[in-house]
Design a protein around this ligand. Sequence first.
Ligand SMILES: Nc1ncnc2c1ncn2[C@@H]1O[C@H](COP(=O)(O)OP(=O)(O)O)[C@@H](O)[C@H]1O
Ligand SMILES: [Mg+2]
Length: 255
Amino acid sequence: MKILAFSNQKGGVGKTTTVQNLGKGLSNLGKKVLLVDLDAQGNLTDSYGIDNQSLNKTVYHVLKGSESIKNVIMKSQGVDILPSNLELSGADLEFSSIPGREFLLKDALEELSEYDYILIDCPPNLSIMTLNALSAAHKVYIPLQTEYYSIKGMAQLLDSIKLIKKRINHKLELGGVICTMYDKRKNLNKEVKDIIDEYFEGRVLNTQIRENISLAEAPSKSISIFDYKPNSNGAEDYLNLAKEIIEREEQDGNY
Ligand SMILES: Nc1ncnc2c1ncn2[C@@H]1O[C@H](COP(=O)(O)OP(=O)(O)O)[C@@H](O)[C@H]1O
Ligand SMILES: [Mg+2]
């Protein structure tokens, strides 16, 4: 079982789009997948056709300890989802005085053993929720928009990862950087890609996710890119990403 967190404290970089479509891609390749929505916006939950506002049991109740994780996990389109909604937005404050508040998700996931991959969609900050994701994860993958200002803020994220590895999760590794919204016609994208390659020395995945409008449209249809536009660049890229991640993770063996 591989637990992979998708994190970047910047919003709008493709975290949720990646968890949605990579999750479905891994499932299409025969893997048993659980997607964890740790963002109070509940976009990942919605992208699978689950109306997050109508839910009365979510990841919030699991973290709080008032529901068992197995009772809250939902099924949609071949994957399992631990859903989220706005109720999670007060959790940082609510959990702030609980001892071990950064291990709530890790503890909950320990009840599960049936998955090949658990993908965690993080909120756009370095909050207690993100800390929970990084404590539970074996690897953190960073979706990074191929734009100049994306590189700023990377030092802060890498420092946090180092600190979390040192203090609360010795196993945590940087799985890799996923370049998103790439447009090779834009010179700037190429330049920035070179800077990212240099900065992350060999940790950038070979698969780049190209800018593709179908990827932005699919969530409003509550389906993945594979069901919305199977012949699009987006479907091709996310299938390749799923294959590359399986290859990388299988090389690393089981934890
Ligand atoms: N490769 C892409 N091409 C075009 N639009 C994209 C792509 N990836 C994501 N988007 C769109 O960009 C916006 C931000 O993506 P999202 O996955 O929600 O980012 P995050 O979860 O990091 O905030 C969304 O509207 C999404 O549909
Ligand atoms: Mg998101």
